[in-house]
Design a protein around this ligand. Structure first.
Ligand SMILES: *Cc1c(COP(=O)(O)O)cnc(C)c1O
Length: 498
């Protein structure tokens, strides 16, 4: 029996995986969830003999049951190839009392590559399977990381175009350079004189504008989205939890069947939710430790049962976790409500009308797989420094939050379960904050270029990732910057529609 997908807000909606991937978000505003979470159903010992692609296939074939073996294998082969700078794809490294799973060896040196390398292929395959011949136009607003990961995933993928809007003054210099040097004739990058919310708001409007979508249709094009609530991004992430487990078995750190913890630096709740799915599939997971920065809306939720986004938005050195509405949490809410779509819809409508909701005691009791923690800026810096000094291992600012939360968890509970810290970005991506943490540098006198080499020196030389070398070497190709009112015009001119 194949697995179908239903909305978290409406139980009567049913569609295939490929249809759900094409649609992204359910029409009722809900998120797609599988009708059942398939069992991993594999001899755990055997996992140790598999490579990353084998495990990706094992996991994805159980969820995406309407894709043929050939289709899925093809998607996986196109995704996890030499775009990654290590054959292992996601190395698991021991440092101190924890293991770090490095999810930053892809094209943009952050974990979103794990899913965005494969999503374009899942999407174009889905279009083909469903008889859609229109060109797929991906519209994305980004606060930095997603934009570049989507651009490099979709660049030169036949049958697609991708347009990314970013706040011209709201991303780091490295993030901007990564985007504006993007190659591929099907890519378009536009700086917007506004903030991330302005970009996102305009993208949502364009998506739902019947005049615009009508013109697109006439030109045989249709919009699609690559954002993190797409089930085609969530499922590929489940694979690396199984992978991490398999590496610990392989290296003899654990015996097949032993439980392990995962510590996840969390923003939109997509990464850690994939860990929850892995656990539900039967992977021996003890605790999922949810690490937040100063924007600790999730910490407060797990502690109190009340989710409240009405609070100050704090800018931190771990910007990809600066989020007050964690969209993927809706899927967890759905599960802990006992798959009650009416209850989920009600709580989500409270979130949009009041900015907060409270779950009942039974639901709160269902959250026991998760342990929340948070770290402030000073604690994060101190942790990066400590990990470096004790283990000669440099972690980025997002991973620093997770490492700090893990230390606090161990100090408080004495839990000695082997633990994997999910490492979400290369330290080269957050140069300034990382350099500042590892040792005092005269950063005010240093160019970006100087900082790259200084960090490489700290790491023992020869460690500069390709993604960084490229931005130093490649010419700027995308120079468009426009006002919010000109965003649609720029899109139409790129697509050649009037
Ligand atoms: C996106 C991101 C996160 C947060 O992941 P979520 O799935 O949104 O919880 C953490 N670290 C980095 C570097 C990221 O890019």
């Amino acid at each position: 029996m194949g697995i179908l997908y239903k909305s978290t807000r409406n139980d009567s909606i049913r569609m295939s995986a490929s249809e759900a991937i094409l649609q992204g978000l359910s029409k009722d505003g809900g998120l797609f969830v599988p009708t059942e979470i398939p069992a991993l159903d594999v001899d755990i010992e055997a996992l140790a003999g598999m490579n990353y692609k084998d495990i990706a296939y094992l996991v994805m074939s159980k969820f995406f049951t309407d894709y043929t073996e050939e289709e899925l294998t093809d998607c996986i082969n196109k995704a996890y190839d030499s775009k990654f700078d290590t054959e292992e794809i996601a190395p698991v490294v021991k440092a101190g009392n924890a293991f770090y799973m490095e999810l930053y060896h892809g094209a943009t040196i952050a974990f979103k590559d794990m899913a965005l390398s494969i999503l374009p292929h899942l999407l174009t395959t889905a279009a083909r399977k469903n008889g859609i011949t229109d060109e797929i136009v991906i519209l994305t607003a980004t606060s930095g990381d997603t934009g570049k990961a989507a651009l490099s995933g979709f660049a030169d993928v036949p049958g697609t175009k991708i347009v990314v809007y970013y706040p011209a003054e709201g991303v780091s210099n490295i993030q901007r350079l990564q985007m504006v040097t993007q190659r591929g004739d099907n890519t378009c990058v536009i700086g917007v004189e506004g903030n991330f919310d302005d970009c996102q708001g305009a993208v949502k409007r364009m998506f739902n504008d019947p005049t615009l979508t009508g013109k697109m249709k006439d030109a045989h094009m249709r919009f699609s989205s690559a954002n993190s609530i797409n089930i085609g991004r969530l499922v590929p992430q489940v694979a690396y939890y199984v992978w991490a487990y398999s590496r610990l078995v392989k290296s003899g750190e654990i015996k097949a069947g032993d439980a392990i913890n995962f510590v996840v630096p969390t923003g939109n709740f997509g990464n850690i939710l994939a860990g929850f799915y892995a656990k539900k599939m039967g992977l021996p997971v003890n605790k999922l430790i949810c690490a937040s920065n100063d924007n600790k809306v999730l910490y407060d939720f797990f502690k109190t049962g009340t989710y409240d986004k009405n609070r100050e938005f704090i800018l931190t050195t771990s910007p990809s976790m600066d989020i007050l509405v964690s969209s993927n949490l809706e899927r967890l809410i759905y599960y802990v409500s006992g798959e009650d779509s009416a209850k989920t819809a009600l709580l989500m409508s409270e979130l949009s009308s009041k900015g907060s909701y409270t779950v009942d005691e039974a639901m709160k009791d269902g959250l026991g797989d998760f342990v929340p923690g948070w770290a402030d800026e000073a604690e994060n810096t101190a942790t990066i420094k400590k990990v470096y000094e004790e283990n000669n291992y440099i972690i980025d600012t997002h991973t620093g939050v997770a490492a700090c939360v893990y230390d606090k968890y161990v100090a408080k509970t004495g839990d000695v379960t082997p633990s994997v810290i999910v490492s979400t970005a290369s330290p080269f991506k957050f140069l300034k904050a990382v350099l500042e943490a590892v040792r005092p540098h005269n950063l005010q006198y240093m160019s970006e270029h100087d900082m790259i080499y200084a960090l490489d020196e700290e790491m023992g030389k020869g460690k500069i990732p390709n993604a960084i070398k490229e931005i130093l070497a490649y010419p700027i190709r995308h120079r468009t910057v426009c006002g919010i009112d000109k965003m649609e015009e720029k899109l139409k001119s790129f697509l050649g529609i009037e």
